[in-house]
Design a protein around this ligand. Structure first.
Ligand code: ADP
Ligand code: NA
Length: 350
């Protein structure tokens, strides 16, 4: 069997928001007690949105500081930025030749980001999931904690692994580099694992505070739509106070949230921050008006986020330390990556 290994990445573009924190980073922190973890600032992915940034290296440092401030231990695990380990791009190229254009065309994130003028989107934006598959499979990671928006990309990662394992099955067997895996009823032998997403809990998809049908996102033009990890107590309270809701009181049970996306979102945020279930939140606040729930949520958000923000500021101030973490992590990741690529080149015959 494959050794359990966790990989995930965050792009260094824009402010980290509550969705990134609850949907991804908090899970990164939780998984480090039970698994070996590799957490990556995926700077190459940022180039799919625009090629030139004023401050990409500083943004990379800031995401790194957020990882460390949230409690990720860079000595026990690996924290680095993607562009330091060139094997990510090398394996992505091979996967570009494994994956089919039709698979990429079906990706909802590509359709959303490319908009109407798809012919004019960058080839990189189309190939994004292939680079993501390379990030994960370069370490033969078995588990990837992500928000729900990444589910389709994880399915594609499995498709790429499966096609690679199939297309090269004879060579994998001849070289003796395969590992036994259970695929449905069958036991198969492959070089790459079929990676499992780690998605779920009450905060797998945090929605905009202004529109319960849109995901909270870095790219939303309205700053009131998201809580940034770096927001101060006043900003957090104001955004929650102004969050869109409906006039009803909170229900006592989960069914009562049906058709009330804004209410459900705020309950999910409370649950994610407090590490309790939505049911438990409703047991506590069922029957209460938002005029009672919102201030309680604001207090909780400030209590949980303020220490992370202040630790982030402290760590960001020590630029030499952050750079040293990335350098050390990059070196350790590079060793693992080259081990995989040596085998992949052998399998392909390069
Ligand atoms: P963004 O989607 O904000 O541009 P990234 O693509 O870098 O940010 O995503 C980093 C991680 O945060 C991913 O695992 C993604 O699934 C997760 N994530 C992003 N937005 C949300 C959200 N609104 N709710 C839950 N998780 C999210
Ligand atoms: Na995303």
């Amino acid at each position: 069997a494959f050794k359990p290994l966790v990989f995930s990445g965050v792009q260094p573009t824009g402010n980290l928001h509550l969705g990134n924190y609850l949907g991804a980073i908090k899970k990164f922190v939780a998984l480090q007690d039970t698994s070996d973890c590799i957490y990556c600032v995926v700077d190459l992915h940022s180039l799919t949105a625009q090629l030139v940034y004023d401050d990409l290296a500083d943004q990379t440092r800031s995401i790194t500081a957020a990882f460390l401030a949230s409690g990720i231990d860079p000595k026990k695990h690996i924290v680095f930025n993607q562009s330091r380990v060139m094997q990510h791009a090398e394996l992505a190229w091979i996967f570009n030749c494994v994956a089919r254009i039709g698979w990429m065309n079906r990706m909802t994130q590509f359709k959303d980001k490319a908009g109407k003028d798809r012919e004019n989107a960058s080839l990189g934006l189309l190939a994004y999931p292939s680079l993501m598959a390379a990030d994960i499979l370069l370490y033969r990671a078995t588990h990837v904690p992500v928000g729900e928006d990444q589910k389709q990309h994880l399915e594609l990662t499995r498709d790429i692994a499966q096609k690679f394992n199939n297309d090269f099955s004879d060579r994998i067997a001849r070289l003796g580099v395969g590992v036994e895996m259970q695929v449905g009823e069958e036991t198969v032998n492959g070089y790459f694992p079929l990676t499992e997403p780690v998605i779920g809990g009450p905060a797998a998809r945090i929605m905009s505070l202004r529109d319960g049908l849109k995901k909270m996102s870095k790219s939303d033009p309205s700053d009131l739509s998201r809580i940034n990890l770096t927001d101060d107590a006043d900003a957090i309270s104001k955004k929650i106070r102004k969050a869109k809701t409906d006039p009803e009181a909170l229900p006592g049970e989960l069914d009562g949230l049906a058709g009330r996306p804004e209410a459900e979102n705020l309950v999910g945020i409370y649950a994610g921050l407090a590490e309790m279930s939505k049911e438990a939140v409703l047991q506590e606040f069922g029957g209460q008006q938002f005029s009672v729930f919102k201030p309680a949520l604001a207090d909780l958000a400030v209590e949980r986020l303020a220490p992370v923000a202040s630790e982030m500021r402290r760590i960001s101030g020590d630029r030499a330390y952050v750079d040293a973490v990335l350098k050390d992590g990059g070196e350790r990741a590079g060793v693992l990556a080259e081990t995989t690529m040596k085998t992949v080149r052998d399998i392909i015959g390069l």
